[in-house]
Design a protein around this ligand. Sequence first.
Ligand SMILES: [Zn+2]
Length: 501
Amino acid sequence: MSQLVERRETTYGIWEETSPVAATLSPQGRGDAVAVEQSRLTWRPSPAIAADVPVDFCIEFDVCGGPDGVRRFVPVDGYGPFTQKAWLAGLAIYRHARTLSNEQVFSYRMMKLIFDRVRSGREHLDRKFASSRDLFVRPTGRGGGIMASLLPDYVGLTSDGAGHSWSIRELTRHGRDAAVEAGYENPTNDRAIAYGLMQAAEMNPSPPLDRTAAQMRVLTALFDAGEDSTAVEDAVIDDVVERLCMAVEEHGDDVWERFEGWYAGRNNNLVQSLARKSGFPRLSRAVVKAALLRLGLRSYEYFGVCLSYFARVVRDDLSEPLTADERRTFVGMYLPQDCYGGLPLVLLRERWTLIGPVAARLWESPTDERLIGALHRLLQIYSDMASTRRAADRRFAALRTALQPTRDMERPESSAQETEVEERQEEHRRLRAAVRRLLLARREGCPDCANGAAWELEMELVGDGEAVVDVTCREHTFDGEYRYEFAEILTAIEGGDAPES
Ligand SMILES: [Zn+2]
């Protein structure tokens, strides 16, 4: 297909745009295909900044003009790769426009390293809550009361406390109706959940938040910040930054793969090496971790600044200027917004399923306080669910460890190992006591002894959420095998801690 291409040069870009051709888009999940006019917009660096980006660097948008005549700008590579490229382009533009010093540029690069690390770290929340199963702590399990819903209590209540907490079934039903009303004929599960949560959030919007509080709300929907991270003092953070800068400089000559391995690889020892950096007093690993996380949150702001330098160039340098409507959607997506705590929405793309319906309405009425309150409530719901989910996952992981064979614990080689062994033995003891209580409560095990004191227990992990318990009673020549779900065992562990007799 041969198309006319318009080519121009501005201060910060060399632009190419193909002439529009007719195309049809069928938005995911909707029956109605939309006729659009589509063109391809390509940005390349102008000579002024070309030295700051790789050779052949370019950023491409599909420009889609809908039936409403509004052009929308969609990154061809997808939003994730787009933000990485736009960060680089934005820093080049920023450096040139503001004549940044080398130290300033270094600090932005540093924050980018931290940004990438916290994005790939364990603290990053990646739960999707796409099916009703995801909304249960444990979707199966014969013990009653264990199939806890992750929905916070306030989901279903109005802002003055009327109504009742929704069950998952109610949430999905409300959401399905709302999605159908919004034009989705047969809404998928994840959409029904998103619309259900949106309805709950609109019934009970957050009170107005200032910018800092809004940013915290956004970031806790992206990360499990933990309880400790807010307690780190600024002086400690500065100290960790200093260590990090030195360490990065020392690794400056590493080939990239080695640097990656040290810095963010699966078994990286960054935390350890910063905690024990020579020339500095020792810090605990927990403090270093918390400081890095706080820095990670701060890095979003630095990242957003660079993104917006690039976005402003696109906004202002188009050959056909944006109309008022186009400007609203473009600015709403790519430039920092107060309601997102001063970040551009494009950095929250990973929560799009959840916040997309509200975000799209905010483009039309950006100052609607009820909508902003609903958005902030939605983010709160997400982070509450994600942290409950993670807490449950951690308890399951601890139980799995306690069920592992204990042979490697027998000969500790250091005092640290000794402590670990003691902790694991304690866990194991609690586990055995809980299993014994469970057997007795269910009237399982040897029927001829009253209290199970003489039973020998052997436990084994099966699958990722069940344990097989083998009970032997020599006196009554009894041998029995029982299967318990983790959820049942956890309830027994938390139910009481009587010492094993
Ligand atoms: Zn017995």
